[in-house]
Design a protein around this ligand. Structure first.
Ligand code: HEM
Ligand SMILES: [Cu+2]
Length: 667
């Protein structure tokens, strides 16, 4: 055993051109950015305003950036998979060696779910929940920063695996025995384990924070049944995080013990049981898909009313459906392994309980459609994504119900049909929601709108690209093609694979439009500026403050007297044709910035990396350092500072101007 454990130069895959070229490009971009920041002298600003921030809005933006980057990384993997399969039919071998292909599909799933979708969903929750609840902050601002930075260091670990060593070849859920040391002796599974473990703890922290914020921190008058729908779904999702993520941590810890100290939780020797892993991992994994999709339902529930000019249809039934889905989603995990011999009675129970979720989802879909019915619908970009979602998601739900019928699942399990199902729900539900939400709340976050033309182009290309990519996969699944093939033996499948590959090309065009939209909008930001704080005629409290909101959100906490608080107050102000009376301004305290998140995450990353490469001394040192961060923080005696009355007054003055500007054209 050397000082560097298993780490040596041979860990860098110099013989494989694809990972080497990709990592070179990535390293260049990274060092380029670091060098640019150093030359321009940005570090003090970045450190003060971003790396040590505890402002929930900034943490939301950071989560958004991380998620967006990882979405692009995962998409690059997707392009490689679709081209490889189309090119490797019959005699063809494609361009990816089998072991590299296996790493790509494993990294793709892991990155998309845990480092793409999850941070993006947390981005919306962090940014919006306090604003919609009319409060100044989340319950645990510093803890929240720790959660974000831990997630980021997990993401960094996955990406380091590209350059130093390898990633798991086991799929995004590392089933034993394949993931045990006997079949996966390399460091790939260890990268997976530590990356997901560290970021999973980060997500748990995020969930605890949002849950406490919703339960404890609503503004005066904001009773549960006056909360915006997004806050309800954020709460339901956080409840699921708190219930499910500890299961994930424990499961990964057990596999880690199997691999590091030769225990036998999941090996058939010495009384272990590989089925136990499958059971436990789906007891987290199924709730996880609802952790992702529930807040997205919340996003759509904000967009449909705003662009239909009507309150959400059936608000209370929407709340009930959310809680129903939240509870039932914890009870259906076994539908992921109907084929593994649990027997007819067990399969029947889980088949029926799975299908019942579709009832809750159906209630929601009817409510969204009835919200549009009779409304004055404006087909702005957020609305396009939302309507595209309804169409796409319905098919995903229907094929889900089909998969939930055990006898049918014996044919479709682990087939391309399954792959098409879950992309239908996750792309149609989660990814479309993220783009709908981006278009909708961007002006609130940055103070200017996004360019509508490029947004429409991005939507249509993504929508068409999605259908062209995934419809052929349903066909292939029914023809018998299983998932995760790196070589395809049947030439009659090739046409479908080619269509699917063309679909990815259309999607790529959509991604390019989306990036162009951001660039164009940034350049035209003066023309696109929104001074009113309320560009869409919004209905909930986040639209009542300036855009971007001041660090403390509201100079004076709102007082809520009904559902759709801001809509109501606008109506009343219009009737009285006044912009609200001069409120009493009192100084209040806000939390200080803190480096503890960045510090802890830095050492958590070091700890993970050391564990992967068996560098024990470094692992121990890093673990102690990470823990010391918390202890030092706990001893800090000044956690807050006072916001002066002048600062508050100037923010309030701006808000008054914004509101007046909003009233004038209509009055
Ligand atoms: C009506 C609601 C739904 C039903 C009845 C349903 C049913 C199922 C069933 C039975 C499977 C297992 C199929 C198999 O492995 O043979 C499955 C897989 C899957 N579903 Fe759904 N589903 C529904 C909604 C959703 C939603 C909303 C999401 C995500 C937001 C989702 C994501 C997934 C994923 C990711 C997998 C596959 C995981 C893997 O094997 O890697 N499903 N679904
Ligand atoms: Cu499931």
């Amino acid at each position: 055993m050397t000082v560097l454990g298993k780490l040596s130069l041979s860990a860098i895959p110099l013989d494989q051109p694809i990972p080497i070229i990709t990592s070179m490009v990535l390293l260049l971009v990274m060092f380029g950015t670091l060098a640019l920041a150093t030359i321009k002298g940005w570090w003090p600003y970045l450190w003060r305003e971003w790396m040590t921030t505890v402002d929930h809005k900034r943490i939301g933006i950071l989560y958004g950036l991380l998620g967006a980057l990882m979405l692009l990384r995962g998409f690059a993997d997707a392009i490689m998979m679709r081209t490889q399969q189309a090119a490797s039919v019959g005699g063809g071998t494609g361009y990816l060696p089998p072991e590299h292909y296996n790493q790509i599909f494993s990294a793709h799933g892991t990155i998309m779910i845990l480092f793409g979708a999850m941070p993006l969903v947390l981005a919306f929750m962090n940014f919006l929940v306090p604003l919609q609840l009319g409060v100044r902050d989340v319950a645990f601002p510093t803890f929240n920063a720790v959660g974000f930075w831990l997630t980021a260091s997990g993401a960094l670990l996955v990406n380091v695996s590209l350059f130093v060593g390898e990633f798991a070849r086991t799929g995004w859920l590392p089933y034993p025995p394949l993931s045990e040391t006997g079949y996966s002796p390399g460091v790939g599974v260890d990268y997976y384990l530590w990356a997901v473990q560290i970021s999973g703890i980060g997500t748990l922290i995020g969930g605890i924070n949002i849950l406490t914020t919703v339960l404890k921190m609503r503004c005066p008058g904001m009773s549960y049944l006056r909360m915006p729908m997004f806050c309800w779904t954020a709460m339901a999702s956080s409840l699921l995080i708190v219930a499910a993520f500890p299961i994930l941590s424990a499961t990964l810890a057990m596999l880690t013990l199997d691999r590091y100290v030769g225990w036998h939780y999941f090996t058939a020797e010495a009384g272990g049981n590989p089925m136990m892993f499958v059971n436990l991992v789906w007891a987290w994994g199924h709730p996880e898909v609802y952790i992702l999709v529930l807040p997205c339902f919340g996003i759509f529930s904000e967009i449909f009313p705003t662009f239909s000019g009507k309150p959400l249809f059936g608000y209370r039934s929407m709340v009930a459906a959310t809680l129903f889905i939240c509870v039932v989603s914890m009870m259906v995990w076994l539908h992921h392994f109907f084929t593994m011999g649990a027997g007819g009675a067990v399969n029947a129970f889980f088949g029926i309980s799975s299908s019942i979720i579709a009832v809750g989802t159906g209630v929601k879909i009817y409510n969204w459609i009835f919200t549009m019915y009779g409304g004055r619908v404006r087909f702005e970009v957020p609305m396009l994504w939302s309507m595209g979602f309804i169409v796409t998601f319905i098919l995903g739900g229907l094929t889900g119900v089909l998969l939930a019928i055990p006898p049918a699942d014996f044919i479709t399990h682990n087939s391309m049909f399954l792959v098409a199902h879950f992309h239908n729900v996750i792309v149609g539900g989660v990814v479309f929601a993220i783009f709908a939400g981006l278009e909708f709340w961007f002006p609130k976050v940055f103070g200017y709108r996004l360019h509508a033309g490029w947004g429409k182009a991005a939507f249509w290309l993504a929508f068409i690209g999605f259908w062209v990519t995934f419809t052929p996969l349903y066909v292939l699944g029914l023809m018998g093609m299983t998932r995760r093939l790196q070589h395809v033996d049947f030439p009659e499948w090739q046409p479908w694979l080619l269509i699917s590959m063309a679909g990815v090309a259309i999607l790529l065009a959509g991604v390019i439009c989306q990036i162009t939209q951001l660039v164009v909008s940034y350049h035209q930001r003066e023309a696109l500026r929104d001074t009113t704080g309320d560009p869409w005629d919004g209905r909930s409290l986040e639209w009542s403050t300036t855009s971007p909101p001041p660090s403390f959100n509201f100079a004076v906490l709102p007082r809520v007297e009904s559902q759709e608080a801001y809509w109501r107050s606008k109506q009343e102000a219009l009737a009285a044709s006044q912009a609200g009376d001069a409120p009493e301004l009192e100084p209040f305290e806000m939390p200080r910035n803190s480096a503890v998140g960045f510090f802890t995450a830095f050492f958590a990353f070091t700890f993970g990396f050391a564990m992967i490469w068996h560098i024990w001394w470094l692992a121990i040192a890093a673990l102690i350092a990470a823990f010391a961060g918390f202890v030092i923080f706990a001893w800090r005696d000044t956690g807050e500072f006072e916001v002066s009355a002048e600062t508050i007054a100037s923010a309030e003055h701006q808000r008054q101007l914004a509101r007046r500007a909003l009233m004038e054209p209509k009055a």
